[in-house]
Design a protein around this ligand. Structure first.
Ligand SMILES: Cc1cc2nc3c(=O)[nH]c(=O)nc-3n(C[C@H](O)[C@H](O)[C@H](O)COP(=O)(O)OP(=O)(O)OC[C@H]3O[C@@H](n4cnc5c(N)ncnc54)[C@H](O)[C@@H]3O)c2cc1C
Length: 285
C-alpha cells in the first residue's frame, strides 16, 4: 500500500483515478477498517495538506462554508449565531472521545455514512449542502440526497468532498441535539436533531430529524408542519414523536432491538423539540 500527500486538489483528484485509491482524512474510521481487514486500499491519498479543505468561510447571507478537513474539535468553535453551525457545535462533545475528535473531520464523518454516526442526521436536519469536487469541477448535493445507504453516499470513485455549506436560518432559531447512547463516547442507539423557532409563544419554524438507527437519517416535512403555528404542547410533541417513529425503520443490532428503538424515538423527539424551543425562547428574551 502507498501513501501520497498531494499539495493541490488537482493532484489529489488525479491520484484518486488509480484503482484501489481512497481518500484519507482523519483516519478514525478508515484506519480502524483497515486494521480489521474490512478494506485493503492500494493507495491512500491524504487530504491533510490541502489548505482550502481546512477553511471555514462566511457566505453571503449568513451561511458558513466548512472545509471537509475541519475537525470535530474545530467544529465545536463554530460561531453559534448560525443555528445550523450551533447544532453541529453542540453535538461535538457527545461524538466519540477527545482523541478521535482531534483527528476526525466533518468530511470524513459524512463520507463514512455510518448509520449510527452523529453528523449525518445534523446535515439532513440543517439542510446542509455538500460540495463534491471531481474531474469536471464541483457539484453540490443536498444533505438529504447525499446518504444512499449503509456506508454509501453520492460520492463517486475519484471524487473528493471539499466542503459542507451550512445555510443561514431565520433569526432566533434554537438548535438541540439529543443522543441516546449506552456508554459515554459510544455511537448512538438513536438520536434526534431539532431546529425550532418561536414567535409570541407560537412555533414559527421547525425541522426535526432522527438518526443513529436507520439506514439513513429520517426527516418528515409533514411532521414538521404539525408543529408550526402551535404552542408545542406536550400532547402534540408526543404525537409528533409517534409520527416520526412511524416514519423510521430502525434496525436490530448489538446496541438495541428495533422495538426498543421505536419506544425511545418519541421520547427523544419530544425532548429535542422542547430543548430547542427553550433555547429559541432564551434568544428571543
Ligand atoms: C472508538 C471510536 C468511536 C467513535 N464514536 C463515534 C461516535 O460516537 N459518533 C460518530 O459520529 N462517530 C464516531 N466514530 C467515527 C469517527 O467519527 C470518525 O472520525 C469519522 O467517522 C470519520 O472521519 P475521519 O476524518 O476520521 O475520516 P476517515 O476515517 O479518514 O475516512 C472515512 C471514510 O471517508 C472517506 N473520506 C474521508 N474524507 C473524505 C473526503 N473529503 N472526500 C471523499 N471521501 C472522504 C475515506 O476514504 C473513508 O472511506 C468513532 C470512531 C472510533 C474509532
Amino acid at each position: 500500500m502507498r501513501l501520497e500527500t498531494p499539495r493541490s486538489l488537482d493532484e489529489a483528484l488525479s491520484l484518486l483515478t488509480s484503482p484501489g485509491a481512497h481518500c484519507l482524512a482523519g483516519g478514525q474510521s478508515l484506519v480502524a477498517m483497515m486494521n480489521a481487514r474490512l478494506i485493503e486500499p492500494e493507495l491512500l491519498v491524504s487530504l491533510r495538506l490541502l489548505p482550502d479543505l481546512r477553511r471555514v468561510e462566511a457566505l453571503e447571507g449568513g451561511g458558513l462554508r466548512v472545509g471537509a478537513m475541519v475537525t470535530y474539535r474545530e467544529i465545536a468553535d463554530l460561531p453559534r449565531e448560525n443555528a445550523a453551525a450551533s447544532l453541529f457545535a453542540q453535538a461535538v462533545p457527545v461524538v466519540a472521545h477527545p482523541a478521535i475528535r482531534t483527528q476526525g473531520t466533518i468530511g470524513g464523518s459524512l463520507c463514512q455514512a455510518d448509520p449510527a454516526a452523529d453528523f449525518p442526521v445534523l446535515a439532513v436536519c440543517a439542510e446542509a449542502t455538500i460540495r463534491i469536487a471531481g474531474s469536471d469541477g464541483v457539484r453540490v448535493v443536498a444533505g438529504a440526497d447525499f446518504f444512499e445507504g449503509v456506508f454509501e453516499t453520492a460520492v463517486e470513485q475519484g471524487e473528493i468532498v471539499v466542503a459542507v455549506d451550512l445555510p443561514a436560518l431565520p433569526d432566533g432559531v434554537g438548535a438541540h441535539y439529543e443522543k441516546f447512547m449506552l456508554t459515554d463516547g459510544d455511537y448512538a442507539v438513536a438520536s434526534v436533531a431539532a431546529l425550532i423557532g418561536v414567535k409570541d409563544d407560537v412555533c414559527s419554524f421547525a425541522r426535526v430529524a432522527v438518526g443513529g438507527c436507520n439506514t439513513e437519517p429520517v426527516r418528515s416535512t409533514q411532521v414538521e408542519q404539525m408543529l408550526v403555528g402551535t404552542d408545542l404542547s406536550p400532547d402534540l410533541l408526543a404525537r409528533t414523536g409517534a409520527e416520526l417513529a412511524n416514519a423510521c425503520d430502525p434496525f436490530d443490532d448489538f446496541r438495541a432491538s428495533r422495538d426498543y428503538r421505536l419506544k425511545i424515538i418519541p421520547r427523544l423527539v419530544a425532548r429535542a423539540i422542547e430543548a430547542a424551543r427553550r433555547k429559541a425562547e432564551t434568544q428571543n428574551d
